[in-house]
Design a protein around this ligand. Structure first.
Ligand code: PBG
Length: 330
């Protein structure tokens, strides 16, 4: 055994930090915010400890809490006052996300990203138009949905959104949105596409939070099969051609191989969504005293970065930002 090479020499404090290959920074984190038009007070989300739905009247306070931790970017999800079969509150100028965006834009310096999808706005809970009269299979109509996604994106940009993030996994969604933004004068608004979004069971707690579970059927016919890796590349290549600025992989931890693959095959920034189920499971284990919450949360986000993500959407954003700034002060 040749012991001239001893990797342990570089693991001691002092040099350890200097040879660290991956670092997690507050600038990498995007904090999700749920805005709720059905209530005038904060409602805590039981499956996502520490998170609540906030009314528009409190959203500026909520965003300021996030900004105080050093995070600058948020992503908004809306719970509308009413749902209908088309999801028309999603593109209404007085819709919940549009109202929230306006006040956040006026009163804070937050970088506002909006989720562009229909699932929280439709009575059936699907991410697009469903023609229930003629379609017994309840398939989401791709091309009819694209029209609406363009309307939503433009309404968000009009309200003051800095970036839009389509999450519905409709074919052609990035092009449809890019075209509509450009013809409406929003050529400078970037698109972060949920490019490789899997049909995952890790979204469970979010569906409670945003009240967006499909009332019938499931999303298998538009979200990706968890078994597929090559297809993720096909998806991101299609989105790049259509004009996506940032490519997202979702979920994050069970899909680190996909993050790496996308990182290696493209030159675009890669975002990863550390989803509600990933958050909830660490909390549940920590509650039982089985895991150290802060430590595993930090390690998870570091791993997502190491896999190749430049940006991370995470419910741990505030906690980790606080932890990062405290450790910097030591
Ligand atoms: C749908 C959307 C979902 C999430 C973000 N946007 C849920 C879904 O597809 O069911 C999930 C986020 C999470 O689980 O944290 N527009």
């Amino acid at each position: 055994m040749d012991l001239r090479d001893r990797p342990r020499r570089l693991r001691k404090d002092g040099i350890r930090q200097m040879v660290q290959e991956t670092t997690l920074s507050v600038d990498d984190l995007i904090a999700p915010v749920f805005v709720d038009a059905t209530s005038d007070s904060r409602t805590s989300i039981s499956s996502m400890p520490g998170h609540s739905r906030v009314p528009v009247s409190e959203v500026v306070d909520r965003v300021n809490e996030i900004l105080e931790t050093g995070i600058e970017a948020i992503i908004l999800f809306g719970i509308p006052e009413e749902k209908d079969s088309q999801g028309s509150r999603a593109w209404d100028e007085s819709g919940v996300v549009q109202r929230a965006t306006r006040v956040i834009d006026e009163q804070t310096d937050a970088y506002i990203i909006t989720d562009v999808c229909l699932c929280e706005y439709t009575t059936h809970g699907h991410c697009g138009v469903v023609n229930s009269d003629t379609d017994t299979e309840m398939t989401v109509k791709n091309d009819q949905t694209l029209e609406h996604l363009g309307d939503i994106a433009v309404s968000h940009a009009e309200a003051g959104a800095d970036m839009v993030a389509p999450s519905g996994m409709m074919d052609g969604m990035v092009k449809a949105i890019r075209d509509r933004l450009d013809t409406s004068g929003y050529t400078d608004i970037p698109i972060m596409s949920y490019a490789a979004k899997y049909h995952s069971n890790f979204y469970g707690p979010f569906r409670d939070a945003a009240d967006g579970a499909p009332a019938f059927g499931n999303r298998r016919h538009y979200q990706m099969d968890p078994a597929n890796r090559q297809e993720a590349i096909k998806e991101v290549e299609a989105d790049i051609k259509q004009g996506a600025d940032i490519l997202m992989v979702k979920p994050a931890l069970p899909y680190l191989d996909i993050i790496r693959e996308v990182r290696e095959k493209t030159t675009h920034p890669v975002a990863a969504y550390n989803v509600s189920g990933e958050y909830a499971m660490l909390h549940a284990a920590a509650e039982k005293g089985w895991l150290d919450l802060e430590a595993v949360a930090y390690e998870s986000l570091l791993s997502i970065k190491r896999a190749g993500a430049d940006l991370i959407l995470t419910y741990f954003a505030e906690d980790i930002a606080t932890e990062i700034s405290n450790s910097g002060q030591q």
